[in-house]
Ligand binder design. Structure first.
Ligand SMILES: [Fe+2]
Ligand SMILES: [Fe+2]
Length: 270
């Protein structure tokens, strides 16, 4: 049996998150014999919101194959034309027609076609995106004759919506991984039908932060209800979170899923 091994990394926050990816990804690829890397970059710009063409290129240079995003993709406008040019930088597929970019891509890994899809949830999310479940039906019809190796980043808040989405797709895709909450869950498993699943991959950034941001201002916001400015936390230690999924290239079914959580105490000097 031939398989591919894919690392999926959760939301990368700010300059420090990007630097941690650059510091560790080449060695992780070797250590875990990875064939492909998918990373969520929606918070990778300096402000912790959005992504730029330069940051995207930095991820590709570090060994990332596909960048997924989410609700924060629209924060940096310089990414809009780049989204139309770069097929391996995705935005959620279920944004209404007319939004720049696409939410699905295919690429060749070890001579096999592999698809990556990015979709956003609707529960407790501000954006009025189209139904993610029905969006998946259309995307899977489009991929039907192309490949059965399909990885889905579901960018959503509610555990109920994420589980329902995963069970809806069980047996139809290779993996469903959640992003957006930045807190890694411990429920990784292969669902009946052969779909690897985790409710949230977690994040890459300062470990003792709040979702990658400095905690002090956020605590003040909870205490006073007065709006505050969120600032990316660049202090060590750092965490890099995700899962490694192994998929049978013949059937497209997941064979196993392992959680990855790396903590790095070494300062970055940022
Ligand atoms: Fe995020
Ligand atoms: Fe998000």
């Amino acid at each position: 049996m031939e398989s591919i091994r894919v690392l999926l990394i959760g939301d990368v926050v700010g300059e420090s998150g990007c630097a941690i990816v650059a510091r560790h990804l080449p060695a992780l690829k070797q250590k875990h014999a990875l064939d492909m890397v998918i990373l969520n970059g929606e918070n990778s710009s300096n402000q912790g919101r959005g992504i730029t063409p330069k940051i995207s290129q930095g991820f590709y240079d570090s060994g990332v194959d596909v960048i997924t995003t989410g609700n924060h993709i629209w924060f940096r406008r310089e990414i809009y034309p780049y989204l139309d040019e770069q097929s391996n930088l995705l935005r959620p597929a279920n944004f209404p027609a007319g939004a720049p970019g696409v939410g699905v891509t295919t690429l060749s890994i070890k001579g096999h076609t592999v698809a990556v899809i990015n979709v956003q949830g609707r529960v407790f999310m501000k954006e009025l995106v189209d139904c993610p479940f029905r969006a998946m039906d259309s995307l899977l019809a489009y991929l039907k004759d192309k490949t059965n190796m399909i990885f889905v980043d579901f960018h959503a808040e509610a555990t109920s919506e994420k589980e329902a989405f995963a069970f809806y797709l069980a047996g139809r895709v290779s993996a469903v991984v959640g992003t957006h909450t930045h807190v890694q869950t411990a429920d990784e498993r292969v669902l009946p039908g052969g779909t690897a699943y985790i409710t949230d991959l977690g994040m890459v950034g300062a470990l003792n932060s709040m979702l990658g941001m400095q905690k002090e201002a956020i605590i003040q916001n909870f205490l006073t209800q007065i709006p505050v400015k969120f600032t990316v936390d660049s202090n060590p230690p750092y965490v890099l979170s995700g899962v490694i999924v192994e998929v049978d290239t013949q059937t497209g079914k997941a064979i196993k899923v392992e959680r990855l959580r790396l903590v790095d105490e070494q300062p970055l000097g940022i």
